[in-house]
Design a protein around this ligand. Structure first.
Ligand SMILES: *Cc1c(COP(=O)(O)O)cnc(C)c1O
Length: 461
């Protein structure tokens, strides 16, 4: 490194403001001071490193240390750090179970239960005699009561539930599955990989569009541990298509002494199924068809916290629970508390009114139009209009069928949507189409409309 560069570097570094000088700038007074100081330190360190690297490589073009540029960079760093926080957002996408937005919003009772369980809580102890008990015995009892399944088990999510069931009951042995059900759920959950990871040998039968009972029958042998049925969740095969019913698979399995495991995915447990979900297989149907085990997510159609639920024959459920990995997959107390409160609504309350997911799915045309119209009138944005819209259940339930809805359509495009996300407090997530930014009423709760209107007005001000 030559001496000119060394001198340049020293001068450059001396020219940088201190963390304090930068962070105290009046123009940043609207941002939280702690975050400004933390990010100022990071920005200045980054600049020093860049200058040193440049000097070392013999380059002479110095990075810009002009104060306005520094302040702009710092403001952006603070905003980006704030934006990444886990916090409330307004879901105006019309996708009820939006994985990016945390899937199921919890019922009021479940939120309260989380709040209460956040301190010390009854988790693995029976308060009557102080004896240690099963962590999920209360929710398991509720699940058994609601589903009429003989036994229940709860883990962290359905991916864990499927993995644990396969490991506990089929490791080192064969699992038979239709080629039409070798699905990828998303986020790397691909059925063939899941089975390989669980140490099972996958035996594929049938074709992509058609699988017959005789295809299963042909491959059954002593090494067969299980017949697996997977809900195709996020796609539909239309046209020339056939799969044996779950009841037929169960009958075949029983005749040959092989259990049938139904990975339902969604977990529709409500007795009074909204019309929009009439094609979705329910937990009850699966158990009634005789599945030995059924698994599903807690945060899809059930409308509860993230967890994976396994229902079915007691001996099988106990073998799954006894597997060493159960300990790694177990639920935390907050999820258990929220699940218990959610299930209590199914038992004692009115799920279609109290579970936000089900309420959103069950909303009718008149209510949706009223919500979109109220928002339209409230905001009074020039060029905005109320339009018929298409909303979706999301997270793999009913993928092919749009639910008719209503939307407030704002003039603008991706830039306007970005302003709603970045400037809204809370951020507003909307859908961008060719003709504007769509705020779908299906996922906007009526009681939240004041806040939604305030947030949009602020973002677009
Ligand atoms: C969603 C889904 C899963 C994964 O469930 P998570 O709770 O997201 O882990 C597994 N199988 C099916 C069929 C699904 O739809």
């Amino acid at each position: 490194m030559d001496t000119t560069n060394q001198t340049d570097l020293a001068a450059l570094l001396r020219g940088l403001p201190s963390v304090d000088q930068l962070a105290r700038d009046e123009s940043l007074a609207d941002l939280p001071a702690r975050v400004v100081v933390r990010e100022a330190r990071r920005v200045l360190e980054g600049l020093r490193d860049a200058a040193r690297r440049q000097a070392a490589s013999g380059g002479s073009a110095a990075p810009s240390f002009a104060r306005p540029a520094l302040l702009a960079r710092l403001r952006e760093a603070v905003q980006s750090s704030l934006a990444r926080r886990h916090r409330r957002v307004i879901n105006a996408t019309g996708i009820v179970l939006h994985t990016g937005l945390g899937r199921a919003p919890l019922a009021a009772a479940a939120r309260a239960a989380i709040q209460e369980a956040a301190g010390y809580a009854v988790v693995e102890v029976d308060p009557r005699d102080g004896a240690r008990n099963q962590r999920e015995s209360a929710v398991a009892a509720l699940l058994v009561e609601l589903s009429s399944a003989p036994a229940a088990l709860v883990v962290n999510n359905n991916a864990a539930a499927v993995n644990l069931v396969l490991r506990a009951l089929a490791e080192g042995r064969e699992v038979v599955v239709s080629r039409g059900e070798l699905v990828e759920i998303g986020g790397g959950f691909r059925m063939p990989d899941v089975m390989a990871e669980a140490g099972c040998r996958m035996v594929e039968v049938g074709t992509t569009n058609r699988t017959h009972l005789r295809d299963y029958e042909r491959v059954l042998r002593a090494e067969t541990a299980m017949l697996l049925k997977v809900h195709p969740s996020n796609f539909r095969v239309l046209g020339f298509h056939a799969v044996p019913s779950l009841a037929e698979l169960v009958a075949l399995g029983r005749a040959r002494g092989v259990p049938t495991f139904d990975d339902l995915g969604s977990g529709l447990l409500v007795a009074d199924v909204p019309a929009a979900l009439s094609e979705e297989p329910s937990v009850r149907e699966s158990l009634a068809a005789g599945a030995s085990l059924v698994s599903f997510s807690g945060d899809k159609l059930l409308g509860g916290p993230q967890c994976g639920i396994v229902l079915g024959e007691r001996a099988l459920v106990e073998r799954v629970r006894a597997h060493p990995l159960y300990r790694a997959f177990r639920c935390d107390k907050l999820a258990l508390a929220a699940l218990e409160a959610t299930l209590a609504i199914y038992r004692d309350g009115d799920p279609l009114a109290e579970i936000p997911t089900l309420r959103a799915i069950a909303r009718g045309a008149a209510e949706l139009t009223a919500i979109a119209t109220r928002l339209h009138d409230r905001l009074g944005i020039a060029g905005s209009r109320v339009c018929a819209s298409e909303s979706f259940v999301g997270s793999g339930a009913n993928p092919a069928r749009a639910l008719p809805s209503s939307a407030l359509v704002l003039p603008g495009g991706a830039r306007t949507a970005e302003r709603l996300r970045c400037g809204g407090e809370p951020p507003v997530c909307a859908r961008v189409a060719d003709d504007g930014v769509w705020l779908d009423a299906r996922t906007l709760a009526d009681e939240d409309l004041d806040e939604v209107a305030r947030s949009i007005a602020r973002a677009l001000a």
